[in-house]
Design a protein. Sequence first.
Length: 277
Amino acid sequence: MLLFVACGGSVEPAAPSDEDVAEASWTDLQKLLAQAHWVDLSYPFDEQTIYWPTESGFELQRGPAGIKNAGYYYAANRFAAAEHGGTHIDSPNHFYETGDTVDEIPLRRLIGEGVVVDVSEKCTGDPDCQIGVEDLQSWEEQQGRTLADSLVLLRTGWGSFWPDRERYLGTAELGAEAVEKLHFPGLDPEAAQWLVEERSVRAVGIDTASIDYGQSHLFQSHVALFRHDVPVFENVASLDALPEHDFIVIALPMKIAAGSGGPLRIIALLPPQTKFP
């Protein structure tokens, strides 16, 4: 917005006020939201939703549905689910005693600039693949930008197996014995440490069942991230629909008081001119 004022018979531009700038910025934001591309990065919760082998799946308990005597339609159901399953968030408290619980995570860690680090080629054929520091540094070199202060989404390619439990987890078995048979990629603990200490990322997401690879017994990547109150998004969907950068992530979980995790609706906002992969 550019204003003009009369000055001694001539017209000179006047600097816009703070109110003018705010109004123009808000108008630009409204236009962006109206024209932007929206990508849903969440799987629906239903009978196919994948949970850890030791957990029960998602249960939707159908309630009454139909036309009431007063003439209006009414439906109401109940659901039962573990905190960790499907597209969900791990709060830092999940593996770090003094870490934030779900309701304590600051919104700035859940909303911000997103990037996709695509390691699907490296992980092809290797269910025990771990994403290392060199993969993250290589991304920065290729893209000419840093991962600092971003929400980092790791694409292993495992999302293409959803909801095939055996291919996605490495086993279709249930129970404690099945945990030893889990095979899927994850983030190497040294890389997790590097992301928090060298790049101060806001959050980390992945298209597998855990930020630690399936054969992990110590869950060191969880601990490394959660010690710094960096939340984790797991079972993130549709990462192949995103560019490598220049988009906004909005990741809003169910706000469970004192929760260690919970169902997550995560979306990406892409500028109108974005060229899709």
